[in-house]
Design a protein around this ligand. Structure first.
Ligand code: SF4
Length: 489
């Protein structure tokens, strides 16, 4: 999962993109990058590096990223080792000059990368799957442009969009996976599209500013970015549709696929997205509130048959806080902060230091002994993946004197890997794989685990369809190429 952002028709677009990236930092902390295009000197300007956006950029760097159009990226690594050449945005010099960022994962990345080498003689320069997508798009667009010869390439945006639309169609045909894409075509404009199932989010915003000759546009992973940058929300970009904003600030919308089967990732609402964002017209905050309420109703039902004692509800910071509020309200139990997060422990320190990832929880969270001692505690969390964090948290609560520790989880058991942009490991590494809730509780050392049911999850998000493949194994895309992807990522 990553954060992506593009802004066009605004002076010093990179400055706005930088500010926008700060609102998308939760979607990826491994690296950040911005690419701008300056129509005055017809040059791209690029800066990217490992780390948080605030450490990758400073005033001077941003001032050097000139132009009225820019795209940016915050990276969460899934494919690739995270080497510098893998960082986004990526640029190709053809056709026109093509810069791109994306959020997602191509399941058939290795197969398509081999195709590009063997059939098109293109040597991969990165291990980022965006390079494959970008090459497929560029090859197809070049063929379209070549078909107009001996006439010169099209000067009108309408003709160019028809050609770009065919190239995007080729991407849809060739690529299997989840992707939201924003790109710059040098001297032509900015474009964006999502995969045919709209698994990854992308929203469009607009701001009128008469001084600059036409409106400015912003395309971003989340609506919180639009609010922050004072853009009005226009819409969630429909899957299967190409958006193009030309250099004169004209917006074009072209339907590429007649029919789409929309299946956004349920995990955006459960965990990933910022609570103040709205996706597919569903508020993330309200959804998390619903998740807590529905889980509380499940717990109430359970306690009719099995009266386990509960004294206090506590969130595991940060993403389960909203659900914990409604859960405590519904159960009529006090809500307490029993784990305090150390905001000054940097992720890079945790991952690069002697302590490995598994020890990170002790560095980040401290128990409040006085509130824990002698209590029956219901800890609320958004999900359990490998179970290592939950195990350590339960042990931490016991060491602090808890009588009993129960876990309420607002996501049903994760039993299948995600190959669509999240770093959920192979099935064998998932603690809930082939285990019942009671067996998971035993494994983790909790007195009980209550998972939200799949039907309640659907009811909380309230959309006609969702990707829930990590819960039920029904992947919305062809995953026949996934074995190689799983083995090599
Ligand atoms: S498999 Fe799970 S995490 Fe991955 S896209 Fe689907 S719902 Fe989201």
């Amino acid at each position: 999962m990553c954060g992506i952002l593009g802004i066009s028709n605004i002076e010093n677009a990179a400055h706005s993109v930088y500010k926008g990236l700060l609102t998308l930092q939760h979607r990826g902390q491994d690296a950040a990058g911005i690419l701008s295009f300056n129509p005055r000197n017809e040059k791209f300007h690029l800066h990217k590096d490992c780390g948080l956006a605030a450490t990758v950029f400073d005033r001077e760097i941003i001032a050097g990223l000139q132009g009225n159009i820019a795209i940016g990226h915050t990276r969460y690594s899934t494919v690739g080792k995270g080497d510098k050449e893998d960082l986004q945005p990526l640029i190709l010099n053809h056709p026109f000059g093509l810069g791109m960022v994306h959020n997602g994962n191509l399941v058939n990345y290795f197969e398509k990368s081999r195709d590009l080498q063997e059939r098109e003689f293109r040597h991969p320069l990165t291990s980022n799957d965006l390079e494959v997508l970008q090459n497929i798009l560029s090859l197809s667009l070049i063929k379209e442009l070549a078909s107009t010869r001996p006439s010169p390439p099209p000067s009108s945006s309408e003709v160019l969009i028809t050609m770009l639309g065919r190239a995007v169609h080729e991407v849809y045909r060739e690529v299997s996976g989840a992707y939201a894409v924003i790109g710059i075509l040098a001297g032509k404009g900015m474009f964006a599209f999502r995969d045919p199932h709209g698994i990854r989010p992308l929203v469009l915003g607009k701001k009128n500013h008469p001084d600059e000759g036409g409106p400015a546009y912003c395309i971003a992973s989340e609506s919180t970015t639009l609010n922050f940058l004072n853009f009005d929300f226009v819409e969630d970009i429909p899957p299967g549709t190409l958006i193009f904003i030309d250099q004169n600030a004209n917006l074009f919308k072209k339907k590429i696929l007649a029919q789409v089967n929309e299946k956004p990732c349920m995990f955006e609402w459960v965990y990933f997205a910022s609570p103040e964002s709205t996706m597919a017209k569903r508020s993330v905050y309200t959804t998390r509130h619903n998740l807590g309420h529905l889980l509380a109703k499940q717990i109430t039902k359970l306690r009719e048959h099995e009266n386990f004692p509960l004294d206090v509800v506590a969130p595991i910071p940060d993403s389960s806080r909203i659900a914990a509020i409604s859960l405590a309200e519904t159960l009529k139990l006090p809500l307490r902060e029993l784990l305090i997060k150390n905001r000054y422990i940097q992720r890079s320190f945790i991952l690069n230091g002697q302590e490995n990832r598994e020890n990170a929880v002790e560095l980040k969270l401290s128990p409040v002994f006085s509130e824990i001692r002698g209590k029956n505690i219901l800890l609320v969390d958004d999900s359990i993946v490998r179970g290592t964090t939950s195990k350590r948290l339960v042990a931490m609560m016991r060491r602090a004197g808890a009588l009993r520790v129960y876990l309420a989880i607002t996501c049903p058991p994760i039993r299948f890997p995600c190959m669509l942009g999240l770093d959920f490991p192979s099935a064998n590494e998932l603690v809930a794989y082939k285990r019942s809730a009671d067996q998971v509780a035993q494994e983790i050392g909790a007195d009980k685990i209550i998972y939200l049911g799949q039907e309640d999850l659907k009811a909380a998000i309230n959309l006609p369809d969702l990707c829930m493949a990590c819960l039920d194994g029904n992947y919305p895309v062809d995953i026949t190429a996934s074995r190689e992807f799983q083995a090599r990522r």
